[in-house]
Design a protein around this ligand. Structure first.
Ligand code: G4P
Length: 292
């Protein structure tokens, strides 16, 4: 996993790099993580893209709750943004993208046609925060191991177009965006899915957030995975009850410290590993109605 420490200078440079490339393209593919579509979004995206048509793509949909994904797609469409869910690693849904992007650029192509300009493939670029799956999607669309993987603002390889099935041309380097760090809830969610360095946040704090969210929304999956008896904590706002669940998880995974006590840090690590690899089930950590 690559992680970038973002500083204001990096953000300015990343923004400028994307805006320079906007001149070359007709439409943008905004890549988000289907498990945290809000937290994985750049706070300035509208301003950065300056009204360029964009398709929202919810990636890693294989790891997300399909019902939540449906709700997120509806929410984005309600905002007037077309949206599709994909699994770039497995390939599912990816074939939808070129046609949708072509559709977004339809008005532009109509105008070109009216001026007698010959039709050409739609030109697009992918933008998203680190680790959201930009390189994986580029490779998948390219159909070969072709994507550049320089994942650092300031590093630009020679610009190349990747041809995608005759209808689309894709810039081979994605635009790298930063997430909204100043909101602690965003940091917790990105840490939960493994998109930001754990050292930045306290591991136990991240696990506490995960247990609380899963106990409220996915208790059955959590209980089944870790063999937890009984129902969810009756008072989810009682921190002691949440820690108790984490301790039970730790005990099941043999994360013990001296004197038979549970090593909460190890328990947190075990929980997060199983969450991120989908072992607990398909889980989405935020819902669109939290942001209305
Ligand atoms: P980036 O260019 O946006 O930084 O992301 P990249 O493609 O490198 O993908 C980050 C990780 O996410 C990779 O895991 C990749 O395999 C995984 N990934 C990308 N798309 C999907 C998807 O649709 N579904 C699933 N399940 N995984 C996806 P990795 O190589 O194991 O990296 P890491 O675990 O070391 O971070």
């Amino acid at each position: 996993m690559t992680t970038i420490q973002w500083f204001p200078g990096h953000m300015t440079r990343a923004k400028r790099q994307i805006q320079e490339k906007l001149k070359l393209i007709d439409a943008v593919i905004e890549l988000l993580d289907a498990r945290v579509p809000h937290a994985s979004r750049n706070p300035m995206i509208g301003e950065i893209l300056r009204g360029k048509p964009r398709l929202v793509v919810l990636n890693k949909a294989d790891l997300a709750d399909p019902h939540s994904t449906e709700r997120w797609i509806a929410a984005f469409r309600g905002e007037g943004l077309d949206c599709v869910a994909v699994d770039s690693a497995g390939g599912r849904g990816v074939q939808e993208i070129p046609g949708r992007v072509r559709q977004l650029a339809a008005p532009l192509f109509e105008r070109m046609k009216a001026r007698g300009v010959n039709p050409r493939p739609v030109r697009a670029m992918i933008v998203g925060i680190p680790n959201v799956g930009k390189s994986t999607l580029i490779n998948r669309l390219a159909g070969r191991g072709a994507a550049a993987t320089g994942d650092r603002p300031g590093v630009t390889k020679g610009q190349q177009w990747i041809k995608v099935g005759g209808v689309m041309e894709l810039l081979d380097t994605p635009g790298i965006l930063w997430p909204k760090f100043d909101d602690p809830a965003v940091g917790l969610r990105l840490a939960a899915i493994g998109s930001i360095r754990e050292e930045i946040l306290n591991l136990e704090e991240v696990a506490f957030f995960v247990v609380k969210t899963l106990a409220a929304k996915y208790w059955d999956a959590l209980a089944e995975r870790f063999g937890l008896e009984g129902g969810p904590p009756d008072d989810p706002d009682d921190a002691g009850r949440i820690v108790d669940v984490l301790e039970r998880i730790g005990r099941k995974r043999g994360c013990l410290a001296g004197g038979g006590r549970v090593d909460l840090e190890k328990a947190s690590g075990a929980l997060l590993r199983e969450l991120r690899t989908g072992k607990i089930g398909r889980i989405t950590l935020e819902e669109p109605d939290e942001f209305r």
